[in-house]
Design a protein around this ligand. Structure first.
Ligand code: FES
Length: 104
């Protein structure tokens, strides 16, 4: 038995007070981002063996919502449902990193 997932997505769902200087990913819609990833994996028939998890702060708060995709360790900041769909269809299904959404 192999332990782990082929694709493992971590979505920051850290939450801070509205007046915090760094802001937070939850205020930028990360709960929806996580839900859209899960929905997209199901619709594309690739939820089995892959995983989307919420996580605490990934320390790129100012440019969130922040996600990181393993095993490659590619960081993204998707803002819309279309962004999520593009990451799933291009990165997860064909292996092409979506440069326009990438964090560096
Ligand atoms: S609050 Fe999301 S990266 Fe810090």
């Amino acid at each position: 038995m192999t332990i782990g997932y082929a694709i493992h997505v971590f979505v920051c769902e850290n939450e801070r007070a509205d007046d915090h200087p760094r802001g937070c990913c939850t205020a930028r819609g990360s709960n929806l981002i996580r839900a859209w990833f899960k929905d997209s994996l199901c619709r594309h028939g690739i939820s089995e063996g892959n995983r989307v998890n919420g996580t605490s702060c990934l320390d790129f708060c100012e440019v969130g919502p922040t996600i990181v995709v393993y095993p490659e360790g590619v960081w993204y900041s998707p803002k819309t449902r279309d962004d999520v769909e593009e990451i799933v269809t291009r990165h997860f299904l064909t292996g092409e990193v979506v440069e326009r959404l990438r964090l560096r």
